[in-house]
Design a protein around this ligand. Structure first.
Ligand code: G4P
Length: 524
């Protein structure tokens, strides 16, 4: 055990924020950066978000990609801890990158709009987080507006996501009537409109109530809240740290990111309760401690041609053990070849952070000339370290692609291969005709693909949408090519495995009825 290294590792908190678009992820990120002293005024992060833009407008996409690079990792110091927030692109550029980023974090913060409750994208992201079994902290946002009943919102976590929600604080009023938060965890009341900064909190007595002479003590909202608190004490879940760490229970905090209410309390609890980087399973059965002396990590994201003039790629490495230093010699597990990590960037956004060091939990960006692939493991030292492969996420949108100019097959194939390797789109071939079909999690990937094929590989591509499809793999032994029709297109993935792209769930059911003995599987 390396005490000094372990101390550093224990200071790390690496997480991602998951939410449905517009729930307030950007706003809460911004408040956290403000609390961390990284930015000085609200609006800084917001300004980077381009809002409504035509997805076909490449300038905007490019701007956005540039942005998502600099904001891919936000690092700052808070209460003696080193925080890494990994950005999970949402909105139109929702992609496999978003999912894979969740492979590189130790915890997730789930932001929910309290008027809307759990929305589709939150559900999708939660599913990935759940599979990893990492802790999830819930922030019920927009309390300054009228939303749904707090009890409903907490119950929905169990009903829709299957995770037990345990209230850490409880709203006193909502929207126009919001007075504050009953802070169960810290045994105090946090006022929404304090007389001044020194009177933000009201202490509670032994019985967990305000003394009668306190402001708010006979306020109707406060009295309602007390009824609900009694109800929670009787019937609500009890906070259980082990269950939280195992991803079975989520601590629930209410607040309003926009008015910066409840965010600080949330961040303090999060930093306190969220886990430091833990051990990883490597080489299938071994356990690698985060304070192991030898450096190791895996690549969870590659971003290419961030600057079209320079054709550069950055491979994002999640450090899992040891300490990174510039010029480090490592081995790439996939090939067994040595690589010197000369050209690296770290993501320290605060000027106050002088020391440049990266240990388990931190993210390092490596300028890459084509050595790395998503999911690659790298390690220093003699003992081979190979992390579990990253899961593949099943695309939902599909496009048929072909070169516009059949004479330019070579550049078409080259571009296609390289861009597919980056992992933003998946490649399939029609089982019979060998036509190329691309699959992606989000629509923007196709547009980026088309643009980059033209600009980087000089290949104009024809794209025909197949729309939303349900991908299901079939055991090759059960396959009869006659099973295929236009409603369930038969294709093969890049490993040659056959799968059907069903037009919709109805087409899939029809298939099941017709071939009841055929087993279809959904990856993920
Ligand atoms: P996102 O990154 O999850 O997509 O959400 P974002 O933070 O951009 O917030 C989406 C909208 O919700 C924004 O309004 C934002 O101001 C608002 N919002 C975020 N947190 C709160 C909150 O606690 N209370 C209230 N009332 N609103 C909140 P917008 O009108 O789309 O953008 P803008 O005009 O404010 O820029």
């Amino acid at each position: 055990m390396n005490k000094e290294l372990l101390d550093k590792v224990n200071k790390r908190r690496t997480f991602a924020i998951i939410s449905h678009p517009d729930a307030g992820k950007t706003t809460i990120t911004e408040q956290m950066l403000l609390l961390g002293g990284v930015i000085r005024s609200a609006g800084t992060v917001k300004a980077r978000k381009t809002g409504n833009y035509a997805t076909s407008d490449w300038m905007e996409i490019e701007k956005k990609r540039g942005i998502s690079v600099t904001s891919s990792v936000m690092q700052f110091e808070y209460e003696g801890k080193r925080i890494n927030i990994l950005d999970t692109p949402g909105h139109q550029d929702f992609s496999e990158d978003t999912y894979r980023t969740l492979m590189a974090v130790d915890a997730a913060v789930m932001v929910i709009d309290s008027a809307r409750g759990i929305e589709p994208q939150t559900k999708k992201l939660f599913k990935v987080v759940r599979q990893r079994g990492i802790p999830v902290f819930t922030f019920m946002n927009k309390l300054d507006r009228d939303g749904r009943e707090p009890l409903d919102l907490v119950a929905e976590l169990e009903d829709v996501l299957g995770i037990e929600g345990v209230a850490m604080n409880w709203p006193i009023g909502m929207g126009q009537t919001m007075k504050g938060l009953y802070d169960i965890a810290n045994h105090r009341i946090e006022l929404y409109h304090p007389a001044d900064a020194d009177h933000r909190f009201l202490p509670l007595n032994e019985a967990g109530r305000l003394d009668p002479d306190q402001p708010l003590a006979d306020d109707p909202q406060y009295l309602d809240t007390m009824d609900e608190i009694e109800l929670l004490e009787g019937a609500g879940a009890e906070f259980d740290r082990e269950a939280v760490l195992a991803g079975k229970q989520t601590p629930v905090f209410f607040g309003s990111a926009l008015t910066n209410f409840g965010v600080e309390t949330f961040l303090q609890s999060f930093v306190d309760l969220a886990p430091a980087p833990a051990a990883h399973v490597v080489n299938e059965t071994e356990t690698l401690a985060p304070d192991d002396d030898e450096f190791s990590g895996f690549i969870f994201k590659i971003q290419a041609n961030m600057n079209p003039q320079h054709r550069d790629r950055i491979a994002f490495v999640r450090v899992c053990s040891g300490e990174f230093s510039k010029g480090l010699d490592v081995t790439l597990a996939r090939t067994g070849k040595p690589v010197r990590l000369n050209n690296a960037v770290e993501f320290e956004s605060s000027a106050r952070v002088q020391v440049s060091e990266a240990v388990a939990g931190d993210i390092v960006g490596l300028y890459d000339t084509g050595n790395f692939q998503i999911g690659d493991s790298i390690y220093a030292g003699k003992h081979k370290v190979e992390f579990a492969p990253l899961p593949e996420f099943t695309p939902e949108l599909f496009m048929r692609v072909s070169p516009k100019n059949v004479m330019k097959q070579k550049s078409f194939h080259k571009g296609m291969n390289q861009l597919v390797q980056e992992g933003a789109v998946q490649l399939y071939r029609n089982y019979q005709t060998e036509d190329y079909i691309l699959g992606a999690v989000g629509q923007l990937q196709f547009e980026v693909f088309q643009y980059r094929m033209k600009n980087e590989y000089n290949s104009d591509v024809e794209m025909t949408s197949l729309g939303h499809r349900v991908a299901r793999w079939i055991d090759p032994d059960q396959l009869d090519p006659k099973m295929s029709s236009s409603r369930n297109l038969l294709v093969k993935d890049r490993f040659g495995n056959p799968l059907f792209l069903f037009e919709n769930a109805f087409a899939e059911r029809w298939f099941h009825d017709k071939y009841p003995d055929v087993k279809l599987t959904e990856k993920l």
